[in-house]
Write a protein that binds this ligand. Structure first.
Ligand code: SF4
Length: 322
């Protein structure tokens, strides 16, 4: 399947509504993220959800928090400890999850008892002291229901490696949706996998081999079943951060495809830059740019088809930092 034949779907991600500047927080404020609206907004369509407003808590509203009660986590009022919105948040999250089938990611607001992705404080019901941490009730239910959905918290996007990892996952998951919308067949799965080989290799080599085995057997099994297994394994593998060593390994693999076409000076230059990247003296974009240059001089369809060398829009500059 050629990518030109793909049905291209809009690239949508879900977000905690307050991050878009909507005044939906308990104190009627917002937590506008300029990176979200001004940078990512150029490439993504946002679908906003505020679970606390959606279940009728109002704006403003008394704050709620996670509470440990007899070994389970509930969401209760800070002042009115009889108020319990756990079931309402879970039920709402299950309904939202059904709307997210073609959404390519979710950006959550950190620290919220509803939207926090992790490390939200859990308080003891009796003493009121923090005793544990967990995901917010809404976010936790979304992540459990849709384990393959790329998720991240807005605060963590300030870390360049976490940012690149999330955005790469979003683009890959979006392409997956486009392939599925165009009709998933064994041949389409082989094509999707072939174009993402180096992307997976940079994150998780054992998963790369396991995915290869799954795809090789795709023609002998129900394609829906194989595709389901494939995407779950792929998205889990991609959550592992690619290290400079793993990237350098992939770059060496790529160089192997055209090393016979370039002279010893060019080879030494590329090796030197790969090594400089491995030692974090230059950013990843530097050896990749040189690879693009060599590909222009010595075209190679297989390498050019790899999303690894063009994973997301260049303007996002996600590989420009050390
Ligand atoms: S963190 Fe979630 S629940 Fe809280 S205001 Fe933002 S969107 Fe609403």
């Amino acid at each position: 399947m050629e990518s030109a034949a793909l049905r291209v779907l809009p690239l949508r991600i879900a977000v905690s509504s307050c991050l878009l500047g909507n005044q939906v927080r308990f104190d009627a404020g917002h937590k506008h993220s300029a990176y979200l609206t001004q940078t990512l907004g150029e490439y993504f369509e946002f679908i906003a959800f505020c679970p606390e407003v959606a279940i009728g808590l109002g704006i403003p509203r008394p704050p709620i928090r996670l509470v440990s009660v007899d070994g389970s986590i509930r969401v209760r009022g800070v002042k009115d400890t009889q108020q319990d919105v756990t079931d309402a948040l879970i039920q709402y999250a299950e309904g939202v999850a059904r709307q997210l089938q073609h959404v390519s990611g979710y950006l959550f607001k950190k620290g919220s008892p509803s939207c926090g992705m992790e490390r939200v404080k859990v308080y003891d019901a009796q003493s009121g002291h923090p005793v544990d941490s967990s995901a917010g009730m809404f976010a936790g239910t979304i992540m459990q229901t849709l384990p393959e959905l790329p998720v991240e918290e807005e605060g963590r996007l300030m870390d360049p490696r976490l940012r690149e990892n999330f955005i790469e996952r979003v683009f890959i998951y979006h392409r997956w949706h486009c392939y599925c919308a165009s009709g998933m067949t064994p041949a389409a799965l082989v094509d999707f996998h072939t174009r993402h080989k180096f992307s997976v290799l940079a994150h998780d080599e054992p998963a790369y081999r396991e995915l290869g085995r799954l795809v090789a057997a795709a023609g002998k099994r129900d394609i829906g079943e194989v595709a389901g297994e494939y995407i779950r394994l792929l998205m889990r593998a991609l959550t592992k951060l690619a290290t400079p060593k793993q990237h350098a390994n992939v770059l060496m693999h790529i160089m192997g495809f055209f090393k016979a076409d370039i002279d010893s000076g060019d080879k030494a230059e590329l090796l030197d830059l790969i090594d400089a990247y491995r030692q974090q003296q230059v950013p990843l974009i530097v050896p990749i740019t040189l690879i693009h240059h060599h590909l222009r001089c010595h075209p190679n369809d297989y390498i050019s088809s790899q999303y690894y060398i063009n994973p997301h829009p260049r303007e996002l500059m996600l590989r420009n930092r050390i």
